[in-house]
Design a protein around this ligand. Structure first.
Ligand code: NAD
Ligand code: WQD
Length: 336
């Protein structure tokens, strides 16, 4: 069975491609390499002993995507391609709407024209906004997004839902990821840092590697057990496995469904730092800093719907997330 994976050389995409190949799917990656490297394909091959087909190109190139869909009997698309940096989206909203929203529309039009109407989409917990109280459930109302990136995800969710209403042949799975961290156990694939990290775990690993001096803990006066922000961190390999289940689901039915992919367990910033230090033996100096604009105190999932309907549950714990994030950081430094 053939699957097109847009953004398949990226962080979550590469781990998902590795899982797909292990399950004997035939995989075609389409990636414009705007935030990943061609070598990732070789790393995936080393891990799985199988080679995905790689096409360098853009989801907005409808002629190219149309050719791929004509040449291969593709049954479904897993759509990761997009821009994901929250702060950058505030500075460059037009680029974010163009790449994420317009890019997805181009992809969907091309899929429709080729008669391929099954898609798994990378959404985000950000669509819950700050109003809903954790644990967040899929039947809660969407919140108010606080940045263009979040609005692109909310908009694409709406487009996909409306598409399923308009044409009952479509089959869509909206996957709302919580906070993916960690890397493949092999140390061969992981997240490539793009400048100074915004997210907590890559910041921690770079402080531990002495590339950055000190972690700033954004706020210690939240209404949480230790005052620091609480999030639902999920190992990227667990997340990748969730995509296989969602893919099987879209191949077996029509309509639009939404699933949280999280662990259901919230950890504070200081709990993450302490676990990382304990598991890796590294030092992570930090200062308490003011709150970061747009942050909320607590965000974690109720993952029971994915367990009930997809038979998927996160299995890897915080120790493995820390250990694997650190192995990847060390490996990056050996390469440099
Ligand atoms: P990533 O940047 O590592 O991967 C995205 C990939 O898409 C990159 O390889 C990039 O080169 C490619 N790409 C971007 N625009 C493209 C285009 N127009 N055409 C073809 N390829 C293009 O990001 P990731 O962390 O793997 O995230 C994957 C998806 O999951 C994104 O849609 C992101 O918004 C979403 N998501 C990520 C997180 C997270 O914290 N990492 C959380 C929730 C949702
Ligand atoms: C986690 C916690 C910070 C950095 C973001 C996006 C979200 C999704 C995942 C794509 C918070 C604290 C962080 C630092 C800190 N991405 N922190 N010092 O903000 O939950 O989610 O990534 O869809 O849309 O908003 O993740 O890793 O940035 O922060 O104290 O240097 O760590 O305040 O409490 P966040 P994060």
């Amino acid at each position: 069975m053939s699957v097109l994976v847009t953004g398949g050389t990226g962080y979550i995409g590469s781990h998902t491609v590795a899982e797909l190949l292990a399950k004997r799917y035939y995989v075609i990656i389409l990636d414009n390499l705007s935030n990943s490297k061609r070598d990732v394909v070789d790393s995936i091959e080393k891990i799985t002993g199988r080679t995905p087909q790689f096409v360098e190109g853009d989801i907005r190139d409808k002629a190219l995507v149309g050719r791929i869909l004509q040449e291969e009997p593709i049954e479904a698309v897993i759509h990761f391609a997009g821009s994901k940096a929250v702060g950058e989206s505030v500075r460059m909203p037009l680029e974010y709407y163009h790449n994420n929203v317009y890019g997805t529309i181009c992809l969907l039009e091309t899929m429709r024209d080729a008669g391929c109407k099954s898609i798994v989409f990378s959404s985000s917990a950000t669509v819950y906004g700050g109003e809903n109280v954790s644990p967040l459930r899929e039947d809660m109302p969407e919140g108010r997004t606080t940045n263009p990136y979040g609005t692109t995800k909310l908009t694409i969710e709406k487009i996909l839902r409306e598409l399923c209403v308009s044409d009952p042949e479509w089959s869509v799975s909206l996957l709302r990821y919580f906070n993916p961290i960690g890397a493949h156990k092999s140390g061969l694939i992981g997240e490539f840092p793009n400048g100074e990290p915004n997210n907590l775990m890559p910041y921690i690993t770079q402080v531990a590697a002495k590339k950055l001096k000190k972690l700033k803990v954004f706020g210690s006066d939240y209404n949480t057990p230790d005052g620091t922000g609480v999030r639902d961190y999920i190992h990227v390999v667990d997340l990748a496995k969730g995509h296989i289940r969602a893919l099987e689901r879209v191949l077996g039915r029509t309509g639009c469904e939404t699933f949280n992919l999280g662990t259901g367990q919230g950890y504070s910033v200081l709990e993450i730092v302490k676990s990382f230090v304990r598991v890796t033996g590294q030092k992570v100096p930090y200062d308490i800093a003011p709150r970061r604009e747009g942050d909320i105190a607590t965000c974690y999932s109720d993952p029971s719907l994915a367990e009930k309907e997809l038979g998927w549950k996160a299995e890897l714990g915080l120790d493995e997330m820390c250990e694997d994030s650190w192995r990847w950081e060390e490996q990056l430094n050996q390469e440099a």
